[in-house]
Design a protein around this ligand. Sequence first.
Ligand code: DGY
Length: 308
Amino acid sequence: MARIFVTRELPGAALARLKGSHDTTVWPGQLPPSYEQLREHSAEADALLTLLTDRIDAQLIAGAPKLRVIANYAVGYDNIDVAAAGARGIQVGNTPDALTDATADLTFALLMAAARRITEAAAFARNGQWQTWEPAGFLGADVHGATLGIIGLGRIGQAVARRAAGFGMEVLTTETRDQHNLEHLLRRSDFVSIHLPLTDGTRKLIGAQAFALMKPTAILVNTARGAIVDRDALAKALHTGQLAGAALDVTDPEPLAADDPLWSAPNLLVVPHIGSATWSARERMTEMAVENILAGLAGTPLPYPVPA
Ligand code: DGY
């Protein structure tokens, strides 16, 4: 029987397959294990089922001599030192596709909410401030016919582009390497939405220089990884009116500290990393992670390996 450490309870029934066939420990807390607790549990583990909140670095991998497979419960895997795992012959998997549409839906929800000031207007109505129909109340930006800049045209970026077509939006796209195209997109877009993995090349890609290029009426949407945006530069751009608004599913760190200057920025909407939070997406992610673990323990290639 192999030893499996699962770093959190997961939605769906698939975890039972691990529990039924292997010595499976599921971290019971609502909060993630600390790095030290993670190291302790990894030391004896043959397999790890991890979340994006778990740092699986070279040191942890070195201290886990039996480890054969790491299945991340996310499409992103920037929390794992894949090179260190590969050097040890440890297979690493993720959960692509399962969350593409859910994340694209949330991207649009954030875009619409920021454009039409939904959270502000809802609070106004609920707080008893709504006295009458106001000709100039809660004016926002048009979404239909606007220009949407999509940075990163992978699965989720493409799914967002399909939704934008339904709104009659003009869609501009770019990958990070094309600096000229990125600048063009930033200058032209009414909404800029980020759909990149976090790598050394994308960390703080959207910072002061990017905000200087963007329209002062533009809105930034980020459902990818918080660290792709320079947090201080974003706070400054919002505070100074260089940028009209931002809607973030992801921040750096998560959660933001209570005294982070972003919290006091105008026109900021933050939700707690819920891009994939639909029943079907999260249950499918559990199934995929379980299938990865079982394949890794059987010594066969993972059905959902991270890209080489
Ligand atoms: C991912 O999968 O990388 C998301 O951020 C969480 O589902």
